[in-house]
Write a protein that binds this ligand. Structure first.
Ligand code: COS
Length: 386
């Protein structure tokens, strides 16, 4: 389907595809097996200016917006979603600064993220605050010209690898979510350390670690926005980043579909190619249709954001829930088409199925996405009836 992408975005797609074929495909199985962070691939992406694409031009970016990031994430995910997660989580980490940071904070932190010399990470989740993001316990107490942070963040993508962390912590615990604030914490700040690296089912090339704050003192200049706006910053960050997860899911699903098509054209049973059987043909047709629908929804939301629409939480959640459910279904069907071979690690589709699962969980489970969609529908209906 032709999405009439701009010349710049088509060039990004081609560049990502070339990098994925040349630098990622040959090592993806090894990265997955060894749970290894792809430093060398991040360097290639940085040298190719791909960390600049979504950052505004005033801060040494290319200002190409959400759609460019979605297309890049999709293209990398076709080949390895673990590498794509590492890349895209950088935008998630940068998002609170992009959306709510001061000009000074943008000048201090965005150029380093644009060049790729620094990676970013977003710290919201805690051991007891997952879907219930308002149930945070990490504290930030003002002390003169500093805030002192104490608490633990869990499952933080790029944890231990990033230099810049955007952290949500409570400045006024009596006010719950309304007492949360957003901060920037730099790697190497005394009192900030990392817990164990997680051993995950999928996206194993990405690093996921705990962040530990023990009397970690940061300057007041590192408060993003005003005290008490941290939960809103987090929610807006997620609204903006969920289309990227949707794009990642589209990429995983497209990758699995392409593998299944090639395999079905080569595998013979009962003396015929298996793609001559209607049972397989119908599966392939449904897979392709679902992937295209997920892509259309994802690009539409990205275009809404780039077009300046202010409220898109419902549509962002719709893209994320739909595309990730498609990724799970399509990768499962790809494994089915490969049959016994699909279940073996020698073939790429079992990794794709493992990688797809996280897209239904992170940046808000799909149950939370449905809550967001339903709340918006009910609110919209109530305001129409007034
Ligand atoms: N944009 C701006 N403001 C928002 C918002 C959004 N998308 N969503 C909620 N808010 C505001 C609300 O308007 C409300 O403001 P007021 O205090 O002024 O009324 C405030 O935030 C609290 O909202 P709400 O009462 O809806 O919060 P809940 O605690 O019920 O939580 C959900 C809402 C479940 C949607 C939220 O906790 C969530 O998104 N959870 C999932 C978290 C997640 O995605 N985690 C993944 C890990 S991070 S990678």
């Amino acid at each position: 389907m032709d999405y009439f992408l701009s010349e710049d975005i088509r060039a990004i797609r081609e560049l990502c595809s070339e990098i994925a074929e040349k630098h990622i495909r040959p090592v993806r199985e090894e990265l997955d097996r060894e749970n290894r962070f792809p430093h060398e691939i991040m360097k290639v992406l940085a040298d190719s200016d791909l960390f600049r694409i979504y950052i505004p031009t005033e801060y040494e970016g290319l200002g190409l917006g959400t759609l460019s990031l979605c297309v890049a994430a999709e293209e990398l995910s076709k080949v390895c979603a673990g590498v794509a997660t590492t890349y895209a989580a950088n935008a998630l980490g940068a998002m609170p600064i992009l959306l709510s940071g001061s000009d000074d904070q943008k000048k201090r932190f965005l150029p380093g993220l644009a060049s790729g010399s620094n990676l970013a990470a977003f710290g919201l989740t805690e051991p007891d605050a997952g879907s219930d993001a308002g149930g945070l316990r990490t504290r930030a107490i003002r002390d003169g010209d500093s805030y002192v942070l104490n608490g633990t963040k869990q499952w933080i993508t790029n944890g231990g690898e990033a230099k810049v962390y955007t952290i949500i912590a409570l400045t006024d615990p009596d006010r719950g979510a309304r007492g949360a604030s957003a901060f920037i914490v730099e790697d190497g700040t005394p009192g900030f350390s990392y817990g164990k690296k997680e051993d995950k089912m999928g996206i194993r090339a990405s690093a996921t670690r705990e962040l530990v704050f023990e009397d970690c003192r940061i300057p007041v200049e590192n408060l993003i926005g005003r005290e008490g706006t941290g939960f809103m910053v987090a929610m807006k960050t997620l609204d903006n980043s969920r289309p990227g997860v949707a794009a990642q899911a589209v990429g995983i699903a497209q990758g699995a579909l392409e593998e299944a098509l090639v395999y079905a054209s080569q595998r013979k049973q009962f003396g015929q190619r298996i793609d001559s059987f209607q049972g397989i043909q119908f599966m392939l047709a449904d897979m392709a249709t679902q992937v295209e629908a997920a892509r259309a929804l994802t690009y539409s939301v990205a275009r809404m954001i780039d077009g300046g629409v202010k409220k898109f939480e419902k549509e962002a959640a719709m893209a994320k829930v739909f595309a990730s459910d498609v990724a799970m279904k399509v990768t499962t069907d790809a494994v089915q088409i490969f049959g016994g071979y699909g279940y073996m690690k020698e073939y790429p589709v079992e990794k794709m199925m493992r990688d797809a699962k996280i897209t239904q969980i992170y940046e808000g489970t799909n149950q939370i996405q449905r809550n967001v969609i339903a709340s918006a529908l009910i609110r919209e209906t109530a305001s129409r009836e007034k």
